[in-house]
Design a protein around this ligand. Structure first.
Ligand code: NVA
Length: 308
């Protein structure tokens, strides 16, 4: 059976732990795994802007012995010039795996259905599972075992990162709190999925509209841009509604004294996060950015091995 990583809960708790252990091993010994030796090609399609994802996948694929093929989504016209299933069939004959950053989750699901090779979500409107694996690796490096840690995500809880923290954090047995105004809270469906996972892992999920309550006693405090890619037209309304959820030094003072601060980047200093917090001693954002490469190498290795 071909395995894909389309959403965070495509990995069971045991599988997530396996991938994270593999990521740590690969970080210690970067050239120990060569599943793409040949080189085999991995196709990466970008329908949205990218810096970290393109750089970390390209470097990681090369380190796995492979060739990173970047496909410009606009140039290819995926779903416009030709259908998603036809693109899947074509790229699936050229590449060992397909990595795709796009909008609708349904497009990614359609790609996975027709590609014949593993498909990896490199961010959709709904989820960002590669970022979460990098983030969980980063938390474990700074805080040890994930199970039982309290993580607070404050800001746009309805964005891909909020949903991915709920699902991946619950899978890891963490206590995940989302602090967001009512109109920016995650969908009931995602909260229910995460809650069902948490029952099996000893974690928990909570959605709160008070940023101080969300952050109080947290071991990990996370935020993300208030204007995700594709939401630019709503920028003015979002900035006004989300202002009370800015991750300032004052808000962070309610977390554990040794809490770490995370942000997937790009960050907008003075909006969702204060410059002194992002650039301060508790911020681990550059470790997160580096860990994208290690985590994604583990994902590709794991998916390619799971196939055989
Ligand atoms: N929520 C952000 C994440 C960027 C990596 C977005 O979708 O733009």
């Amino acid at each position: 059976m071909i395995r894909h990583l389309l959403a965070d809960d495509d990995l069971s708790p045991a599988e997530q732990a396996e991938v994270l252990a593999l990521a740590a091993e690969i970080k210690r010994d970067p050239f120990s795994r060569r599943p793409l030796a040949g080189p085999s090609t991995v196709a990466m399609i970008f329908d949205k802007q990218t810096l970290r994802t393109q750089a970390s996948f390209s470097a990681g694929i090369a380190e796995l012995g492979g060739f990173p093929l970047v496909v410009d989504g606009a140039l290819a016209g995926v779903g416009v010039r030709e259908s998603v299933p036809d693109v899947a069939r074509v790229l699936g004959r050229q590449a060992a795996a397909i990595v795709w950053r796009t909008g609708a989750q349904s497009r990614l699901e359609e790609m996975a259905e027709h590609a014949g090779v593993p498909v990896v979500n490199a961010l959709t409107d709904d989820y960002h599972p590669c970022q979460l694996l990098a983030d969980l690796l980063t938390v474990s490096e700074h805080r040890g075992p994930l199970r039982g840690l309290v993580v607070a995500f404050v800001g746009d809880g309805a964005c891909n990162m909020g949903s991915s923290w709920l699902l991946a954090g619950a899978t890891a047995g963490m206590h995940v709190r989302i602090g967001a105004p009512a109109e920016f809270q995650p969908s009931t469906g995602v909260v229910e999925r995460a809650a069902a996972i948490a029952v099996t892992t000893g974690g928990s999920v909570a959605v709160l509209d008070d940023p101080v309550r969300a952050v109080s006693g947290a071991d990990v405090v996370v935020t993300d841009t208030w204007v995700s890619m594709g939401r630019e037209a709503e920028s003015g309304d979002r900035l006004a509604a989300l202002a009370p959820f800015s991750l300032t030094a004052e808000l962070l003072a309610h977390a554990e004294p040794d809490a770490i601060v995370m942000h997937c980047l790009p960050a907008y200093r003075g909006q969702e996060i204060a410059a002194e917090v992002l650039d301060g001693p508790r911020s681990v954002v550059w470790d997160e950015a580096e860990n994208r490469r290690h985590a994604q190498k583990a994902v590709l290795t794991w998916l390619l091995e799971a196939r055989t």
